[in-house]
Write a protein that binds this ligand. Structure first.
Ligand code: C5P
Length: 669
């Protein structure tokens, strides 16, 4: 997951390959609550691991449920038939609407002393219609802040279930879902009827609810979309095992990707289109109907059980006018596809966008305008005009703590003007798809020249490694410690019984060309053996310096170093990153510090790792190594002509990081 302040997406040129999507949020949280309310143990497979499901799992544990998490498999022993908690409990619901609404209803119907709170945005999301419906049937609920909004306090109810319970259906279908899941708890000796007031929106989500209720033993009788009857004697029963489908709303970004992005012709049939694993056209999720809308805009889609395959069809895409009431969440993705169309696209009947994680109509309009698009909006509609080549503008996309805004605008990186796109607060995708950007990068491609590289070269112990890895972490970039490659090469050569001299140059180069090296966090593995400590010693540095003098060895390591240039970008540290390996890097820093300072730092570092060391001999070693690195004929250590010099002798690490980021900001403007 990218937890950086922002993520700069380089201009992307195409996409192809397979993505496996995480489980559906709507199904996951319903299944969790139903498993908690029923009798018996349920094993849930392929559960989504996200902010929303974590909120729900935490709440269920607080209620006393036995919950066992093993990757994406969760085993829950339901509370059905057990003692319901009597003590006061305070629940923190974050910004998880799919947890807040149904849990409120279930708690209110069962009764107790419960407080439900959330983040500030949650306290701005209306819940009054659900509370009204619950009060109507005798639940005791108080508002602790503003009337009509969380936080709430729930007490013991005096249920009156003899007359139909009215619930508004035109604000959020989650209110009806909440009642449908809560009321079976009270239907032991009588049937309970719910009546929808107003036109029911988001019907497909109600279908998911009914479908899952049936799996848990509750056969709701539906009369049109106006009346729902929970039969007398209804009782939750565990289905034993249940699988969560991949999220159809998450699939929308990859369906759009297949429609927008050209394949990779260099890969032949392998390079064609996007395959989505985990959800197919027969999904029970309403948002799967997004595929029809995408097809209308030009996507070519084929499907089988649990998979979809998407290719670019019409190009440019075709502008459409569509009533999106049936696909409220996925429809946001159409708004970004619209930028690549041949005419305007109007999305109608989307009033619910205004009361989601953020006001999504305003968000989509504002951010599309930043890219240069012309957008019109009304209370329940939005029109997006295509953005032709030559008119795209560099933008920093604000994401409003809304996962869908972030995922939607990542698709703007395919713009014909090859302009990078900045996504602010990329970790907001964690709500439904924590590894969204990783999944995108696994199928997206672009010319190497589009992938930014920042080089940090300099002498031994100047602090390059620390600086480079910190800057990489701030930008969400990959990190290449090229010195480690020379250290590992020397280590492998010695292991193979070679000398580190010119006599063995060809043999060492052969080893280097196929170096079985892997980096895992701080660890360096050679042939799956951890060699971190062995290569990090002073002797390891000296040995590296010896093999690095040999031109054939340097040459042999070039391809490996280039392979680190992957989306979304690279921080490379070493001696010749800016001069030889990445001569076109956008930013080159040459880092120095006085020999005394460097010896002092290295001394501290070694002592902290438990090695004994002497400052004077360290300094002599450093100077000897620098002398060899600077005087060798192959790629000697020297600043690139266009490198910016940074002497960090009297700077803190934070200061140095800030300086490099500041230079980088200046370059990427
Ligand atoms: O940076 P580090 O101390 O790990 O590098 C070990 C040695 O590897 C250096 O002293 C240098 O001789 C060699 N090296 C190099 N070119 C690089 C990185 C390291 O020659 N890009």
């Amino acid at each position: 997951m990218f937890s950086t302040a922002f993520l700069d997406l380089p201009a992307l040129q195409g996409a192809s390959g397979t993505v496996t999507l995480p489980g559906s949020k709507s199904i996951s949280n319903r299944v969790l609550l139903l498993s908690a309310l029923c009798q018996g143990t349920t094993v849930v497979h392929d559960l989504l691991d996200s902010d929303d499901t974590r909120v729900m799992l935490a709440a269920l544990r607080q209620l006393g449920c036995d919950v066992l998490v093993d990757g994406t498999t969760v085993t829950i022993t339901g509370l059905g038939g057990c003692a319901w908690p009597r003590e006061a409990i305070e629940f923190f619901m974050g910004n998880a609407g799919t947890a807040m609404r149904p849990l409120t209803a279930a708690l209110a119907v069962q009764g107790g002393d419960f407080t439900l709170k959330g983040v500030p945005r949650m306290h701005e999301r209306p819940i009054g219609d659900l509370v009204d419906a619950l009060r109507e049937l005798g639940c005791t609920i108080d508002y602790l802040g503003n009337e009509g909004y969380p936080p709430l306090r729930v007490r013991q109810p005096t249920l009156q279930l003899d007359k139909p319970i009215p619930v508004r259906g035109d604000v959020s279908s989650q209110f009806l879902t909440a009642l449908l899941m809560a009321l079976p708890l009270a239907a032991q000796d009588r049937a309970i009827t719910i009546e929808v007031v107003g036109e029911l929106i988001s019907k497909p989500y109600i279908e998911i609810t009914l479908n899952l209720l049936a799996r848990y033993g509750i056969a709701v009788e539906r009369q049109g979309w106006e009346r729902f009857v929970i039969p007398a004697g209804s009782r939750y029963q565990s289905p034993g095992t249940i699988h969560v489908e991949a999220d159809a709303s998450s699939a929308s970004y990859f369906i759009a990707l297949g429609a927008i992005a050209a394949g990779d012709p260099s890969k032949g049939s392998q390079g064609k289109g996007i395959r989505i694993q985990g959800v197919g056209a027969d999904s029970i999720q309403g948002d799967i109907r997004f595929m029809d809308a995408a097809a209308q805009m030009g996507a070519q889609i084929t499907s089988g059980p649990n998979w979809l395959e998407i290719n670019r069809g019409a190009w440019p895409l075709k502008g459409i006018t569509l009533d999106c009431n049936h696909i409220p969440d996925a429809a946001m993705t159409l708004a970004v596809m619209a930028l690549y169309a041949d005419g305007p696209t109007t999305l109608r009947n989307i009033a619910s966008w205004r009361v989601k994680e953020t006001d999504r109509i305003a968000a989509m309009a504002n951010e599309s305008r930043k890219l240069g698009a012309i957008v019109e909006e009304g209370p329940d509609w939005i029109t997006i005009h295509p953005l032709p080549a030559g008119q795209w503008q560099r933008a920093s996309i604000h994401t409003y703590d809304d996962h869908r805004v972030a995922m939607c605008f990542s698709l703007a990186a395919f713009n014909p003007d090859q302009i990078p796109v900045r996504i602010e607060d990329p970790k907001c995708v964690a709500k439904t798809f924590p590894d969204y950007f990783e999944a995108l990068f696994s199928v997206a491609h672009t010319a190497a020249a589009n992938i930014p590289v920042i080089c940090i070269d300099g002498p031994t112990a100047s602090g390059k490694g620390t600086l480079a890895s910190r800057v990489a972490a701030q930008l969400g970039y990959h990190y290449l410690d090229s010195g480690a490659l020379y250290r590992v090469t020397a280590h492998a050569a010695l292991q193979a019984g070679l000398t580190l001299e010119a006599a063995d140059e060809a043999k060492i180069a052969d080893l280097a060309r196929q170096l079985p090296v892997r980096f895992e966090g701080e660890q360096v593995l050679l042939n799956n053996v951890d060699v971190t400590d062995a290569i990090r010693s002073e002797q390891g540095g000296m040995n590296a310096s010896k093999v690095s003098v040999l031109p054939a060895v340097r040459e042999a390591l070039v391809a490996l170093q280039h392979s680190f240039r992957r989306l979304p970008g690279l921080l490379a540290d070493g001696r010749d990153m800016g001069t030889v390996i990445f001569p076109n890097a956008a930013l080159k820093v040459f880092l120095t510090a006085s020999a005394a300072k460097r010896a002092e730092r290295r001394h501290k570092q070694l002592i902290s790792k438990g090695f004994s060391a002497n400052i004077e001999s360290l300094r002599a070693d450093l100077e000897a190594r620098d002398a060899r690195d600077m005087s060798r004929s192959a790629s000697p250590l020297q600043p690139a002509q266009d490198a910016l010099q940074l002497d960090n002798s009297s700077l803190s690490i934070e200061d140095s990081v800030a300086q490099v980021l500041d230079w980088w900001q200046g370059k990427s403007r």
